[in-house]
Design a binder for this molecule. Structure first.
Ligand SMILES: [Zn+2]
Length: 256
């Protein structure tokens, strides 16, 4: 739960170049320093009815949603992975992609200062824990990879990252607008995280993005010319791929 609060601090401060550690948590409106009792995840928000204790300014509802969804997701990850090193790595990646998702939703930005260090850390992790292990690659998908593709984790990560980079670059060049360099860099990061499952992740992201775009256009919430941020779909697709990419690939291979 403390982690969810830290994610909210990252989301608030990274886009505006504020330090993550100083000053201590404060109200964005009256700058009053918040007490421990104001910082208990979910409960403080509900108890204060979403307003600052001192100046009554509304606290962004996102604070609550990030706390709840991070909590639920962590519970689910624990159930899925059990207590293991894979759990720790998957939890780290989920935090990373939730942060990227919310910052892109709120600011339309994919920050280099998150993507570059994250890519370096993910490469380092891949050397010790191959992407195929984090995603529990199994069944026919695993035997295909074991037969035809290089095994070392760092090689999986580099091939995945390169594939993500090239594919998104092609999409950006063909679609001209809509997506940008931030999405290309993020696809490379996702490739490092998911390895060969990058293909599943990108396909899911395009499907999710397509469905939501059609809904927004049909309901006339967005006009055709307006861009829709793509990082939220990339993030969601990555988390689902880590958990179920292997199952999705096995289902697909079973069709033939
Ligand atoms: Zn206040």
């Amino acid at each position: 739960m403390t982690i969810a609060s830290f994610l909210n601090v990252c989301i608030d401060r990274l886009p505006s170049n504020e330090s993550l550690l100083f000053p201590a948590s404060h109200c964005a409106s009256c700058n009053r320093r918040l007490a421990i009792k104001d910082l208990i995840p979910v409960f403080s928000y509900l108890w204060l009815r979403g307003r600052c204790r001192y100046c009554q300014a509304p606290i962004p509802r996102r604070i609550l949603w990030v706390e709840i969804s991070t909590g639920v997701l962590f519970g689910y990850l624990y159930w899925h992975y059990g207590l293991s090193i894979e759990l720790a790595v998957a939890a780290f990646y989920c935090c990373l992609f939730i942060t990227l998702m919310v910052i892109d939703l709120e600011h339309g930005l994919i920050l280099n200062k998150i993507v570059y260090p994250a890519a370096a850390v993910a490469l380092l992790i891949s050397a010790f824990l191959p992407p195929s292990k984090v995603a529990h690659l199994s069944g026919e998908a695993a035997s295909l990879v074991n037969t035809y593709l290089p095994q070392p984790g760092i090689v999986q990560a580099v091939i995945g990252g390169g594939t993500g980079l090239v594919l998104l670059l092609l999409i950006v060049l063909i679609s001209r607008g809509g997506m940008g360099w931030g999405d290309v860099k993020m696809a490379a990061l996702i490739g490092i995280v998911t390895g060969y499952l990058i293909l599943v992740a990108l396909l899911l992201a395009v499907i999710f993005g397509g469905i939501v775009a059609v809904i927004l256009l049909t309901l006339k919430i967005k006009k055709r010319k307006e861009g829709i941020p793509f990082a939220p779909f990339l993030s969601l697709a990555t988390i689902i791929t880590l958990l179920y990419g292997s199952d999705i690939l096995n289902w697909y291979l079973g069709l033939f």
